[in-house]
Write a protein that binds this ligand. Structure first.
Ligand code: ACM
Length: 486
């Protein structure tokens, strides 16, 4: 199982078998809890062919939100004995996490999209579980190469299987602007029609974005939208000449250099623009965070950068959201409640900035580029991906502790982990899946399981066990030679 639960005790000589007469019982009614029950029943109806009605009260599989609040928002208990399965939580979210565990206890064919032959057996077990960290994310760069709504839904499905709860969408960069903003229509009329390599690009309409947000919410995943500033802005600058310091719009950019573009930090129009963009993105985002980027602003003079970040941050706060940004923003003064995302490679500068973030009271999400970046090649033979942060084997991506990676950073400042999937070289879903699997489940385990449970030797055996599941789901995963795939 991945992530490894906090405690897990086998019930010897007890085996549960799901029969055609089984029901899904729901105790503690709420719309959200019944959606969790429907989600499970729908999945299992397809693969088992059983009717699996969802009914109030106790069932063969009982899902209960009457658990004690001591379980926390995402915690749950799960018991499987010879007669019944019970998942107990204090919230629908905890119930959903418990159902995720139940799915991994069932045979992999339970995930199939067509009816399969049984038996549907689960070994008896008692599990008590809750996450180590509240923020467990994956980032998809839809700017360098655009991904459709259907493809993002598949990302959500695959990530939520491993109890990830944040979907960070990198919605703007030099190569393309990907989200509709009514007050600045050329961002998508013009700025969305490019991507790396000269492909057509694309963007999310407001309806598309709402569909992604809703689909994620149904899987208890919060969307974190990123509008990268003040660098990584060629697509916006190309859409509106007036946003440029010299008043001239640059052409589309379809290559992969970084650090050449900058918003005009001395123009009032720049802040009117960001006010509008953050307002419209905030209106569509139920989550409490907007990510304003802040990375690699190499063509923004540093004193200008230090003046820009607080002004941009204030606009995020004005629209009711917490500020999130890459670790560079911690050089500036940050509003209360900010979240800083570390993407360093063990270098002193990045670690100093991240310690500075914590000293300012900011929370920290760990995405060390030389461990957590899912777009880095596994080894020199990996057919795509980058290698500027190093070659990242499955073991390297798993074998680190988010709490202790940065010396001197208070453990209490770290709120979680995220695996970023940058897409300069990844132009289709098969390539994204190849880079994310099998490394993303390891990042998910670092975010969920207690430090005492993190152990490569036993993890790699559990990881091998996921392969049959990925085969059923059609995941294009990399059969890394480090793993003894069954
Ligand atoms: C980054 O990789 N530029 C955050």
């Amino acid at each position: 199982m991945i992530p490894q639960p906090v405690t897990q005790s086998p019930l010897p000589d007890q085996t549960f078998t799901l029969q055609s007469s089984a029901t899904v019982g729901l105790v503690g009614d709420s719309d959200a809890a019944s959606r969790v029950a429907d989600h499970l029943a729908t999945l299992l109806r397809v693969s088992t062919g059983f009717p699996l009605p969802v009914e109030p009260g106790t069932g063969t599989i009982t899902l209960s939100t009457d658990g004690p609040s001591s379980l926390g928002a995402e915690g749950y208990e799960l018991r499987v004995d010879s007669t019944a399965v019970t998942v107990t939580a204090a919230t629908p979210e905890g119930l959903f996490r418990g159902v995720t565990t139940l799915r991994q206890l069932l045979p992999a064919k339970a995930e199939a999209g067509t009816e399969q032959a049984g038996p549907w057996e689960i070994d008896g077990v008692e599990i008590s579980d809750a996450p180590r960290y509240p923020y467990r994310g994956v980032m998809v760069d839809v700017s360098r190469h655009f991904r459709s709504v259907a493809e993002i839904k598949r990302c959500i499905d695959l990530a939520s299987l491993y109890k990830l709860n944040r979907l960070h969408l990198h919605l703007s960069d030099d190569q393309g602007w990907r989200v509709q903003v009514d007050s600045w229509p050329d961002l998508t009329k013009h700025g969305a029609s490019s991507e790396v390599g000269g492909g057509p690009g694309g963007h999310y309409t407001k309806a598309d974005y709402a569909e992604i947000v809703m689909y994620a919410a149904d899987r208890f995943m919060t969307v974190v939208p990123e509008i990268d500033t003040p660098g990584h802005t060629n697509a916006a600058l190309s859409s509106y000449a007036d946003l440029n310091a010299d008043g001239e719009a640059p052409p589309y950019y379809t290559a992969t250099e970084v650090g050449f573009s900058s918003l005009a930090v001395h123009k009032d129009l720049t802040y009117e623009f960001l006010d509008d963009v953050f307002r419209e993105v905030a209106e569509q985002t139920p989550g409490d965070v907007i990510h304003l980027g802040g990375d690699e602003a190499h063509s923004t003079p540093h004193s200008d950068y230090l003046a820009f970040v607080p002004k941009a941050a204030e606009l995020v706060v004005k629209h009711g959201k917490r500020v999130m940004g890459w670790h560079e923003i911690a050089d500036a003064s940050l509003p209360a409640g900010s979240i800083v995302q570390y993407w360093g490679t063990d270098d002193d500068r990045a670690q100093d900035l991240t310690r500075n973030a914590a000293a300012q009271g900011a929370e920290v999400v760990m995405s060390p580029a030389n461990r957590a970046y899912l777009d880095m090649k596994y080894d020199q033979d990996t057919p795509y991906g980058l290698d500027w942060a190093g070659l990242i084997s499955v073991e390297t991506s798993y074998s680190w502790d988010p709490a202790t990676l940065i010396p001197g950073l208070a453990e209490s400042a770290v709120i979680g982990v995220e695996g970023p999937l940058w897409s300069e070289t990844l132009d289709d879903m098969a390539k994204l899946e190849f880079m994310a699997f099998p490394r993303l489940p390891g990042i998910a385990e670092l975010g969920w399981s207690p430090a005492s449970a993190l152990d490569w030797t036993t993890y790699k055996v559990r990881l091998a066990g996921q392969a049959t599941r990925w085969d059923v789901l059609g995941v294009n995963f990399y059969r890394a030679p480090e793993i003894d795939w069954a």
